[in-house]
Design a protein around this ligand. Structure first.
Ligand SMILES: *[C@@H]1O[C@H](CO)[C@@H](O)[C@H](O)[C@H]1NC(C)=O
Ligand SMILES: *[C@@H]1O[C@H](CO)[C@@H](O)[C@H](O)[C@H]1NC(C)=O
Ligand SMILES: *[C@@H]1O[C@H](CO)[C@@H](O)[C@H](O)[C@H]1NC(C)=O
Ligand SMILES: *[C@@H]1O[C@H](CO)[C@@H](O)[C@H](O)[C@H]1NC(C)=O
Ligand SMILES: *[C@@H]1O[C@H](CO)[C@@H](O)[C@H](O)[C@H]1NC(C)=O
Ligand SMILES: *[C@@H]1O[C@H](CO)[C@@H](O)[C@H](O)[C@H]1NC(C)=O
Ligand SMILES: *[C@@H]1O[C@H](CO)[C@@H](O)[C@H](O)[C@H]1NC(C)=O
Ligand SMILES: *[C@@H]1O[C@H](CO)[C@@H](O)[C@H](O)[C@H]1NC(C)=O
Ligand SMILES: *[C@@H]1O[C@H](CO)[C@@H](O)[C@H](O)[C@H]1NC(C)=O
Ligand SMILES: *[C@@H]1O[C@H](CO)[C@@H](O)[C@H](O)[C@H]1NC(C)=O
Ligand SMILES: *[C@@H]1O[C@H](CO)[C@@H](O)[C@H](O)[C@H]1NC(C)=O
Ligand SMILES: *[C@@H]1O[C@H](CO)[C@@H](O)[C@H](O)[C@H]1NC(C)=O
Length: 474
């Protein structure tokens, strides 16, 4: 049977048509579906890829950094090794004091400065340590006249290897890990460093904690934030001096010093609490805004005729001296402005003016609450607006002192001499003035003085009383 071609054709065409239409649609639909899920997948993949790439970059960077660091570290190690070899050769050739030729010390100095410049602080410390061990930065191995003025002069003696102008910031001669703030025991010497010369160097943030310095020169150095906590500084029969150095923010917490010079240093905002100082020199030092609570500064001198001027002209402006002890010191010309001296113990000290050289000390707006003052002289001293309430003062002289508006509430003033003293406007409520002299003193406008109190005084001849009436001069 012959089928109609049109029929078969149309059927086939239908199939074709459907297929033609459907396949692209199907493909399209599939593609859309596929694309959708794929884009999800792709995005995930891309994200992972990107993350991986980032990680790779990070790792590469880290590795590069590490390589760089290792290379740098290796380079520094090489610099140090080269330097050590150079030094060994030089010492072999020119002797341990490098006096073979005139150039040896010069060469040593410049090679050392260059090496120091290129090293980090750990290797710098190692380098300094080896120079120290070889006695090349010691004042024992150089010719000097051995006088303090020579050591503190402009041209301070140089060691064999002269380190002046070197940048030794962060130098550590101590045990860095030992961050323990506590001292083992009061004034017990630790690891010993002898006759070290680090004058005219930069020693910012240097670390000398708990070390025992037997003689050392730190003249005209920049020593901001240097750490001498719990250090033991012995300058007896030697030279231990910080003269003219910048010691801003320096830490001397619980340090023990003996025969040490801090002449003309700047100890602005220094932390020196609990420091013990025997026979030290602080003449002309700036110690303002510093913390010196519980310091113990003293002399033990038998020779009373000698003029001790080691504490003159200090600037203690806005400093804390709470609970401090001053024993056998002369503090003429020293400024105590806005200083907190609560509970201070002042024994056998001189604050009076000296007709030749020094002005009297100045206490202004200072707090001396509960202070203990014994056998000290304050003649011509200024105490303007200071607070001495609760103070215990014995056998001390305040003649010609300016004590206007001083607060002496509850104070004990026994066996003292207030002759010709200006006490106008003072507060003396409950003060005990037993056996004290007020000859020719001015008590105008003073508050809280009773007749019973006045009767305790040894003499008020010539004094002007709070109500303005003047006692006859005997
Ligand atoms: C170098 O110093 C040593 C010891 O101080 C001395 O014995 C030697 O003679 C000196 N050498 C020169 C060349 O000055
Ligand atoms: C050391 O003493 C000698 C001789 O007394 C003198 O010529 C020299 O200038 C002194 N040196 C110093 C640095 O004072
Ligand atoms: C000294 O070295 C320290 C760190 O090693 C650095 O921060 C400082 O800038 C250097 N000072 C000078 C003046 O080069
Ligand atoms: C301090 O140094 C002097 C002189 O060198 C020495 O006699 C004394 O024993 C030292 N003090 C301490 C505690 O080491
Ligand atoms: C003392 O220190 C204060 C505070 O830093 C400063 O203003 C004043 O000028 C200083 N006085 C002297 C005489 O150095
Ligand atoms: C001084 O120190 C004492 C004791 O710590 C404190 O009570 C007082 O407020 C301080 N005075 C001033 C003026 O800072
Ligand atoms: C002073 O002493 C009195 C009595 O002992 C005490 O109550 C007061 O807190 C002390 N003040 C200071 C600042 O030490
Ligand atoms: C009081 O001080 C004077 C001189 O400053 C001294 O000679 C005397 O021994 C001291 N007295 C006491 C008991 O410390
Ligand atoms: C106080 O002055 C008298 C006589 O003016 C003197 O004998 C005594 O040593 C002085 N005391 C102090 C501690 O300066
Ligand atoms: C002195 O100090 C005491 C105790 O802190 C206080 O009560 C008194 O008001 C102070 N005096 C003056 C004049 O500020
Ligand atoms: C108190 O000081 C005056 C003035 O310096 C002096 O003339 C007088 O002798 C002194 N009195 C005593 C008992 O020391
Ligand atoms: C001033 O005070 C004193 C002591 O309190 C008293 O003896 C005297 O009479 C007073 N003088 C006058 C003028 O009030």
């Amino acid at each position: 049977m012959i089928e109609t071609p049109s029929n078969s054709h149309s059927w086939f065409e239908w199939i074709q048509l459907i297929a033609t239409i459907c396949v692209p649609v199907a493909i399209g639909v599939f593609t859309i579906i596929q694309n959708q899920s794929q884009s999800e997948q792709q995005r995930n993949n891309l994200k992972i890829a990107a993350e991986n790439r980032l990680k790779d970059i990070e790792i590469a960077d880290y590795n590069r950094g590490k390589d760089r660091w290792l290379a740098d570290d290796q380079q520094k190690e090489n610099i140090l090794v080269d330097y050590q070899n150079f030094l060994a050769n030089l010492l072999e050739k020119h002797g341990m004091t490098l006096n073979g030729t005139s150039t040896a010390r010069f060469v040593a100095r410049f090679r050392t400065l260059i090496a120091l410049n290129q090293l980090n602080s750990a290797r710098r410390s190692f380098l300094i340590r080896s120079l120290y061990e070889a006695q090349l930065i010691s004042f024992r191995t150089i010719q000097t006249n051995n006088t303090m003025t020579e050591f503190e002069s402009v041209d301070t003696p140089r060691s064999i290897v002269d380190l002046s102008s070197a940048n030794l910031s962060g130098l550590s001669l101590g045990i860095n890990e030992d961050d323990n703030d506590e001292c083992p025991r009061e004034c017990i010497p630790g690891v010993r460093i002898d006759a070290l010369v680090l004058s005219q160097t930069q020693l910012k943030n240097a670390f000398f904690r708990k070390l025992y310095f037997q003689g050392a020169l730190f003249v005209k150095s920049i020593m901001d934030s240097v750490d001498f906590r719990c250090a033991y500084l012995n300058g007896t029969n030697d030279y231990l001096t910080f003269a003219n150095s910048l010691l801003i923010h320096a830490k001397f917490h619980k340090a023990c010093a003996q025969d040490v010079s801090f002449q003309s240093v700047n100890l602005y905002k220094a932390q020196m609490h609990g420091m013990v100082c025997r026979h030290c020199i602080f003449r002309c030092a700036q110690i303002n805004h510093a913390d010196l609570h519980d310091v113990f500064f003293y002399r033990e001198d038998v020779n009373k005729d000698k003029l001790h001027d080691e504490y003159e002209n200090i600037n203690f402006t806005e400093t804390s001296l709470i609970g401090a002890t001053f024993d056998h010191l002369s503090l003429r010309g020293t400024l105590f402005i806005g200083t907190n001296l609560s509970r201070i113990r002042i024994i056998n000290c001189v604050f009076s003016r000296d007709s030749v050289q020094y002005a009297a000390a100045t206490f202004e707006k200072s707090t001396l609450i509960n202070a203990t003052i014994e056998n000290s002289s304050f003649d011509y001293v200024h105490f303007i607006d200071s607070n001495l309430s609760g103070a215990k003062i014995f056998m001390s002289n305040f003649t010609h002192a300016s004590m206007k508006n001083i607060d002496l509430t509850g104070a004990t003033l026994e066996m003292c001499n207030f002759s010709s003293t200006n006490l106008a406007g003072c507060i003396m409520t409950n003060a005990n003035i037993h056996l004290s002299y007020f000859v020719d003193s001015d008590l105008t406008g003073c508050q809280g003085i009773t007749d019973v109190q006045l009767a305790q005084a040894k003499s008020i001849a010539g004094a002007i009383l709070p109500n303005g009436s003047k006692i006859s001069s005997i």
